[in-house]
Design a protein around this ligand. Structure first.
Ligand code: KG4
Ligand code: ZN
Length: 365
């Protein structure tokens, strides 16, 4: 299909209520005409994690406003849309349901085709929205809810090379911050503290490096950090500022090492396929970490692949990626109807065995 497409995207699978309008002219990159994201951080702050019921209610209240604002900012009406695309999973089921119901209402009322999008496919296809890169490329998704290496072979074809068997790295950063009395979200706090720290003072583990393959694990690292902290507290009666900085630096260095080594292995598998224009792309909030980003860029260049990290606003949860994935599916004839179901679990690569563990987004897809 070779015509301009304009699609409204809706995202509500975790703690961000988002709507966006994306246009693609034939043969060109996508244009984000609007991208509205309402976070829910304040609502969950007192609970030390996301409360699914509160999230679902907040999505239901904010979705209409987000859609209206996205259309206004794009200076368009529903009648200008070619379709409505919505995250149909994986995620917290109440939130996903709110989005799917909202999209069904819009599709029925405005007589628009409905397209259900896998949230992970939204992240994984973002490099094509911003850079128009060709398949196949290698993607590392690293956030508070996801951690997996994906070989992206087509709009609907993903091969998972490995993933976390317990926590996602963002979750581990958040827990580390909580253990050390630092504010949430933990990633930026730990990164800030780590700047003044000595990474080698504490011998923290690099989980799963002794095993072949690209699976990752972060829960042992978190436990080792807890033990190191407790030993200091017992010996000194508390943590000094420098202790905290050294623990943060040690923790971050361990995450960097694990991600770097597993990326090397995933790149090895990818490069063996002989891609014409090799690209290693990252997405997810953890990709905002400068130490991680810099190291992954080096690893990528050493392997001979171009490194691509979307702007942070497109790395974290947003609806532009959902609208874009909708455009990609629409061009391939992908359509859903009113029977579209909200799915708490929805692995991108259905042949990979299910992974253990459950993160902030529920069981890892
Ligand atoms: O992608 P995201 O906004 O939401 C999902 O989890 O889907 O990622 C948020 C996660 C949080 O766990 C946060 O601590 C982590 O990304 N994060 C970071 C940094 N900035 C955000 N982790 C490490 N270093 C950072 N600078
Ligand atoms: Zn996400």
């Amino acid at each position: 299909m070779d015509r301009t497409l304009i699609i409204l995207g809706i995202e509500s699978s975790c703690d961000d209520t988002a709507a966006a309008v994306v246009r693609q002219r034939p043969g060109q990159r996508g244009e984000i005409l609007s991208s509205v994201v309402f976070g829910q951080g304040d609502l969950h702050a007192a609970f030390g994690g996301i409360v699914p019921e509160i999230a679902a209610r907040a999505h239901a209240e904010k979705l209409d406003i987000a859609v209206e604002q996205a259309l206004t900012e794009a200076d368009m009406a529903l009648s200008d849309m070619d379709a409505v695309a919505v995250t149909a999973g994986p995620g917290l089921i109440g939130g996903v349901l709110s989005g799917v119901m909202c999209a069904k209402g819009i599709a029925a009322g405005a007589r628009l085709p409905l397209i259900g999008v896998n949230h992970l496919a939204g992240h994984a296809l973002t490099p094509r929205l911003i850079d128009g890169i060709a398949f196949p490329y290698l993607m590392l998704l690293v956030s508070g809810g996801h951690c997996q290496f994906l070989l992206v072979r087509g709009v609907d074809s993903f091969l998972r090379l490995g993933g976390t068997i317990d926590d996602a790295p963002g979750e581990a950063f958040d827990k580390a911050a909580r253990l050390l009395g630092l504010p949430q979200p933990g990633g930026p706090s730990v990164e800030r503290e780590a700047r003044g720290g000595e990474a080698r003072r504490f011998a923290l583990p690099r989980p799963l490096l002794d095993r072949p393959g690209c699976d990752l694990s972060f829960s042992g690292l978190k436990t080792a950090l807890l033990r190191a902290r407790n030993r200091l507290v017992e010996a000194q009666g508390g943590l000094r500022h420098q202790d905290r900085a050294d623990l943060c630096a040690g923790f971050q260095a361990a995450v960097v090492d694990v991600l770097a080594e597993k990326s090397r292995r995933a790149l090895g598998e990818y490069m063996a396929l002989g891609p014409a224009e090799p690209v290693f792309a990252v997405a997810g909030g953890v990709a905002a970490n400068k130490a991680i980003r810099t190291e992954l860029e080096t690893v990528s260049q050493e392997a001979g692949a171009r490194f691509l990290a979307p702007p942070i606003a497109l790395c974290t949860d947003n609806a532009a990626m959902i609208a874009w994935a909708g455009i990609e599916r629409y061009r391939q004839g992908g359509r859903d109807d009113m029977s579209l179901a909200a799915r708490p679990r929805w692995p991108l690569d259905s042949r990979s065995p299910a992974l253990l563990g459950s993160g902030r987004k529920g069981a890892k897809a």
